[in-house]
Design a protein around this ligand. Structure first.
Ligand code: DAH
Length: 336
């Protein structure tokens, strides 16, 4: 047995590996559970007791030297693993370069806030038919609101959606209440591009339909949202307004985030800035989606993501969001 150990010791010392496969071959041959050294340890039991000390020491020496040899091959394995990962496109990315677009940061934050209130996310198509964008939302055929929207028509029946309210109809047609959703997306309007208007922008629509949903519920949800988004001191106020798909309808202002009510250019010295439209879902809209308005009621709201982002980050020109200027974009940082 002594001879055998010495032969192996010799082999191990001489062994050299230039690749990870050879290192693995070495491990299997000498150090695995069925490898040469394990076998010798098994045989050790049969060594006569007067030899045990000497053979045992030799055997341990072999084991240690094989292990040291294997450790010296480790860098080969690492190099191999690095090459493997450089080639394996399915591995997750190690680091995240670049940053999120400010509109994306704010959209995520909006969805997060409503998510905490139990709103889930839904979406719908950007190319929309007349029914979902207008008719089902209670815009009569010749209603001036259809012009008001300044729509990009594709043909008489199909247009680029002018608002995300169309997604309310898409979801309500398919789902019986309770429905509690937020619907983010891009919308299009035929407007001249300026610092304050663009031909496309982004909205988040909200909708809650169930038994016994009230205007007070809406106010509380919107107050919670405003304070989460703009800080706990934020106040809201609702002004009566008109939308074909809500009754009653309102526009909501928040206390100016820039001057906190003292008066500045952003709030035009009123202390308030408008951030969204809202109201109780018109019973006609529920009927159009085959939901019984005698049983169910609901509220809806819609806000522009650009507007919220501009207020939150003090951006004063809408065009910056779509120009892809890195000097602008790199100022926004987010944790994933
Ligand atoms: N769709 C409206 C717009 O684009 C915004 C809006 C107002 C959405 C009131 C609503 C709402 O859901 O209830 O100007």
């Amino acid at each position: 047995m002594k001879d055998k150990i010495e032969t192996l010791l010799n082999e191990v010392e001489k062994f050299s590996a230039t690749s990870a496969e050879q290192a693995e071959h070495f491990r299997l041959k000498y150090l695995s559970r069925k490898g040469e050294i394990s076998i010798l340890f098994d045989e050790f039991k049969t060594v006569p007791s007067e030899m045990k000390r000497e053979v045992g020491q030799l055997l341990n020496k072999l084991k240690i030297s094989a292990q040291e040899k294997l450790d010296s091959f480790k860098s080969l394995g690492e190099a191999a693993a690095e090459t493997a990962s450089a080639n394996d496109l399915t591995l997750p990315a190690v680091s995240f370069t670049g940053g999120r677009h400010p509109l994306n940061i704010v959209r995520k934050e909006i969805l997060g806030i409503f998510g905490r209130l139990g709103f889930t996310v839904a979406d719908g198509p950007e190319i929309e038919d007349d029914w979902h964008n207008f008719s089902a939302l209670n815009f009569p055929e010749e209603h001036p609101a259809r012009d008001m929207q300044d729509t990009f028509f594709i043909d008489k029946e199909v247009a680029l959606r002018t608002h995300t309210s169309s997604v309310q109809v898409r979801v309500l047609e398919k789902t019986q209440p309770p429905v509690r959703i937020v619907m983010p997306g891009r919308v299009y309007r035929n407007e001249a591009v300026s610092a304050r208007a663009h031909c496309f922008f982004h909205q988040v629509e909200g909708l809650y339909v169930d038994k016994g949903v009230s205007f007070a519920d809406m106010k509380q949800v919107l107050l919670y949202f405003s304070r989460e988004m703009f800080g706990e001191k934020t106040e809201i106020r609702l002004r009566p307004s008109y939308f074909p798909f809500t009754e009653p309808s309102a526009e909501m202002d928040i206390s100016c985030t820039i001057c906190h009510g003292k008066g500045c250019a952003v709030c035009k010295h009123s202390g308030w800035v408008e951030i969204l439209g809202c109201g109780m879902v018109d019973p006609a809209v529920l009927k159009n989606c085959r939901i019984d308005p005698d049983i169910y009621s609901g509220f809806a709201f819609g806000m522009g993501i650009e507007r919220i982002t501009m207020l939150k980050f003090g951006v004063n020109d809408l065009r910056l969001f779509s120009e892809n200027d890195v000097r602008f974009l790199s100022q926004f940082k987010s944790a994933l």
